[in-house]
Design a protein around this ligand. Sequence first.
Ligand code: GAR
Length: 197
Amino acid sequence: TKRVAILISGGGSNMVSLVESMTGDHPARACLVMANSENAGGLAKASALGMDTDFVDHRPFKGDRAAFEEVLHDRILQAQPDIVCLAGFMRVLTEGFVSKWQGRMLNIHPSLLPKYRGLHTHARALEAGDAYHGCTVHEVTPELDDGPILGQARVPVLEDDTPEVLAARVLEQEHKLYPAVLRRFAEGDRTPVKIGF
Ligand code: GAR
C-alpha cells in the first residue's frame, strides 16, 4: 500500500476528498496532513477524520524558503510517504525541495493548464471571456504550475458567473478529479483522467 502525505494551507476540502477516497481496495492510504500554519482550517477536519496532522509555520523563516523547506521536508519524512499531494498548499516551492519529490509529488491547480498559472485564475478566465474553465492535476516540477498533466476537469462558464460562483463550480470537479488521478497514479498509471470533455 502506498502512503500519501497531503499538504494544505486553507480549508482543506480537496484534502477531505482525497482522504475519504483512500479506503477499501484503494492502492493508497493517507498517512499525514501537513499545513504551513497552525490556523489552516483543514487541520481540524483532518483530525476529525482520524488523520495524523502536523504544521510548520513558514512565517518565522521570514522568506528564507530553503530553511522553511528543510524543516518541512524532515517532518514530512517522519511519516514515510511514497506520494505527496499538494492540495491548496499556497507556498511556492524551490527547485531543491521539488527535486527531492520529483515524480512523486502532485498538485491541483484551478485552471485548464497551461492557461492561467498562478493566482486569480477564475477572474482571469472570466476576464478573457472563456467558454470553458476547469482544473488540472499535474506532477510538480520546478516551474510553477507546470509539469506533466495527469488529469483535467472542464466546466462551462455561464452568463452571470462571478469569480466566486465559477470557483464553486470548479471546486466541485476538483473533488472528483483529484481522487480519480491519485488512484491511477498510485497504481502506476499516468494516463490523463478527463472529466467533462
Ligand atoms: C483549490 O481550489 C485549489 O485548486 C487551489 O486552492 C483551493 C484550495 O481549496 N489551489 C491553488 O490555487 C494552488 N495555487 P481547499 O483548501 O478547499 O482544497
